[in-house]
Design a protein around this ligand. Structure first.
Ligand code: NAD
Length: 480
């Protein structure tokens, strides 16, 4: 073991950057802390503008070679990366759980298999992209999907490797080179991905990983003139800063941001299903961008809905995320917990009632909370909390339900619970959201466009939409 390798639950993780096929250390480090017990996991290289420039230079140098590989060769290597993810699934699962506190059982059975699937899906989708030539007055039009160049991919901590690979896989499949900057609160699985990609035969410089703070190495990356795409998942304030930097170089941007999504429960809904959907919103301790945190219930069933919800929420097991029985783990960081509690205490001071929860527990755990008596224009209804905190409001008819649902600056997702298909169609057509689920939640197919409207984002990821973003489309017109 070198100074730069830490052992996390039995797995060796290199704490340095991965630039141009080599491990590179920074002079400074930052401490990575586990949210499970707030213990220090290790010291991670703290990148600066110097490492950002080195990573962009490496990506730029590797670009012509990677862009020139055949599509089948790229697809083959991405499948080999997926094989590597599957081989190291258990390591990835435990390291991610230690690093960000999300449930080990979902990393094992849901997230990490999907990380492998992300590589397979985009490798295969590449081979299905439309290449049909067409004719104009005897001239042939040929549209080609040309790779754009070095892409900077910046990701948050709530689902680190899952969100990173939604970007890395299509960017690489398209023939681009990549600089991945994971969140400083969850840096570890990106480093393991670098190892896996190298073992799979990805050439040096095609995937680079830099560690560090957003305001330091992150801002240096997004303002670099040699970067051809920036794809960002994270918060609205950061997105605005990144957009300013991107504007200086006219770098195309994809932004996947926050939400304040509604769950609309109509009186004709299956209340058992509706309450299951509502309780599901506590998943990942509420740290899910898509979470339907505003529950809107038709007045006539509000009492019964609340009674059943409380009964089910009381059965949730909160504790160590490594334990198979645990349903809710810790929140990511002391600063995040402060933020969550601040939202709740200000809401209560403004007249909200905590039907359940409303307080911190030991360590970084926050009691699952349901707040009623909240005003539509209040902070707790309008702002993303990103913790296990839901609000409940009632509506009297469909029109009011839609009005309340759409009345925020976000537009990421919405869930509708109703037994009436026609109502579902009517309501869905009026909702402002990138994804609407009817009588279900969180079903996501990578073929579907994914993204948000209004302040929830710019652009869409998934299937061809990802390639639209990561490619420079070129039309070549040839005379007869
Ligand atoms: P954040 O905006 O604080 O940080 C996200 C990333 O941006 C981190 O890697 C950070 O280091 C980096 N960053 C910060 N400042 C930067 C700068 N000036 N330049 C470049 N990079 C910078 O967000 P977070 O707290 O890590 O994540 C939570 C947010 O992410 C929530 O708002 C959540 O809704 C959102 N999110 C959205 C989706 C989606 O798909 N729409 C998915 C997950 C999370």
């Amino acid at each position: 073991m070198t100074d730069h390798t830490i052992t996390v639950a039995g797995t060796a993780v290199d704490t340095r950057h991965w630039i141009g096929g080599e491990r590179v250390a920074s002079a400074e480090t930052f401490t990575d802390v586990s949210p499970i017990d707030q213990s220090a996991i290790g010291e991670i290289s703290r990148g600066t503008a110097t490492e950002a420039a080195a990573a962009v230079a490496a990506a730029k140098a590797a670009f012509p070679g990677w862009a020139a590989t055949t599509w089948t060769e790229r697809a083959r290597i991405l499948h080999a990366v997926a094989d590597g993810v599957e081989k190291r699934l258990e390591d990835l699962a435990i390291v991610e759980t230690t690093d960000n506190g999300a449930l080990l059982r979902s990393h094992r059975r849901g997230v990490m298999p999907r990380v492998a699937h992300n590589f397979r899906f985009f490798a295969d989708w590449l081979l299905r992209l439309d290449h049909d030539d067409f004719e104009t007055r005897g001239h042939t039009n040929h549209v080609s999907w040309d790779p754009a160049g070095p892409c900077v991919l910046i990701t948050p901590w709530n689902a680190p490797l899952m969100l990173a690979t939604w970007k890395v896989a299509p960017a690489l499949a398209a023939g681009n080179t990549v600089i991945l900057k994971p969140a400083e609160w969850s840096p570890l699985t990106a480093s393991l991905l670098a190892d896996i990609a190298a073992e799979a035969g990805l050439p040096a410089g095609v995937l680079n990983v830099v560690q560090g703070y957003g305001a330091e190495v992150g801002s240096a990356l997004v303002s670099h003139p040699d970067v051809r795409r920036i794809s960002f998942t994270g918060s609205v304030p950061t997105a605005k800063r990144i957009a300013e930097s991107a504007a200086a170089n006219l770098t195309p941007l994809s932004l996947e941001l926050g939400g304040k999504s509604p769950l609309l429960v109509f009186a004709d809904a299956d209340l058992d299903l509706a309450t299951d959907l509502a309780v599901e919103q506590y998943d990942n301790a509420g740290q899910v961008c898509l979470a339907a945190t505003r529950i809107l219930v038709e007045e006539s069933v509000a009492d019964e809905f609340t009674r059943r919800f409380v009964e089910k929420a009381a059965r949730l097991d909160q504790g160590d995320p490594r334990d198979e029985a645990t349903d809710i783990g810790p929140n990511i960081h002391a600063r995040q917990l402060e933020k969550i509690d601040g939202f709740v205490q200000r809401a209560v001071a403004a007249g909200a009632r905590a039907v359940i929860g409303g307080h911190r527990k030991d360590g970084l755990y926050y009691a699952p909370t349901l707040l009623t008596d909240v005003a539509q224009d209040s902070e707790i209804v309008q702002e993303e909390v990103f913790g296990p905190v839901l609000t409940l409001q009632t509506f009297s008819d469909e029109e009011e339900a839609v009005r309340l649902a759409n009345d925020t600056r976000f537009g990421l997702a919405a869930t509708v619970a109703t037994g009436d298909r026609e109502r579902a169609d009517r309501v869905t057509a009026q909702l402002v959201a990138g994804t609407v689920w009817v009588n279900c939640f969180f079903v996501r197919d990578l073929q579907a466009p994914f993204g948000g409207s209004r302040h929830s984002g710019v652009g869409r990821e998934g299937g061809t939409w990802s390639f639209d973003f990561y490619c420079d489309l070129k039309n070549t017109v040839t005379a007869p």
